[in-house]
Design a binder for this molecule. Structure first.
Ligand code: FES
Length: 198
């Protein structure tokens, strides 16, 4: 049998290599496109917003991941940072900062009606995402009784759901909750868009 010219052999090998690489990239691209087409709900439960029936758990500290009991919240603040958790699977929805929550217990007699609608036994839950540029509202002023954003001095009144200082263009949205025994359970959706709008 006639031997193939070494030059032709080399070209054939090169063609096969290129073909294999192209198929590899095409497959990878198809997989990535397919991944984008998967509905977000089936992608990652830890990145979902709070769902009705979720329970609130500590987001920080040595009790991180444990349910927040209404009784453990000091009356009149400060707030605790929390995440929602799916009680069936134990998945904590901490994958998206927009699910970070502020939980505090206030005297129900002093709540504005529009806040009281979302509260239960004085427990009020707000989105922790500042409406100015999206920092996490993480400070509490004990004398003023306001929630503060560390980035540009935004201040929010938790009794009236109002901006009282700084540049935030709108209040923090409220999340409705119910106190059920020693747990806090999400009972609806946010009162408005979370974080920066537009
Ligand atoms: S990001 Fe909160 S005040 Fe600017």
């Amino acid at each position: 049998m006639e031997r193939e010219d070494p030059k032709v052999q080399k070209e054939r090998r090169l063609m096969l290599t290129l073909l294999g690489t192209s198929v590899g990239f095409a497959t990878l691209s198809a997989l990535l496109v397919a991944k984008d087409l998967v509905p977000k709900q089936s992608q990652s439960p830890d990145r979902l917003p709070p769902q009705v029936g979720d329970i609130l758990v500590h987001a920080t500290g040595h009790t991180q991941g444990e349910p927040i009991s209404p009784d453990a919240l000091p009356l009149g603040g400060p707030f605790l940072l929390a995440y929602p958790m799916d009680p069936k699977t134990g998945v904590v929805r901490s994958g998206d900062p927009k699910s970070t929550l502020l939980v505090l217990r206030l005297d129900p007699k002093h709540l504005a009606p529009e806040v009281a609608r979302y509260a239960d036994q004085g427990v009020v839950v707000y989105s922790a995402v500042c409406t100015h540029l999206g920092c996490i509202v993480s400070l509490w002023h004990p004398n003023l009784g306001v929630m503060q954003c560390p980035c540009h001095g935004g201040e929010y009144d938790p009794y009236r759901d109002q901006v009282v200082a700084g540049p935030p263009p709108r209040p923090l949205p409220l999340l409705p909750v119910k106190a059920e025994g020693s747990k806090l359970v999400v009972s609806g959706t946010f009162s408005g868009p979370v974080g920066v709008v537009g």
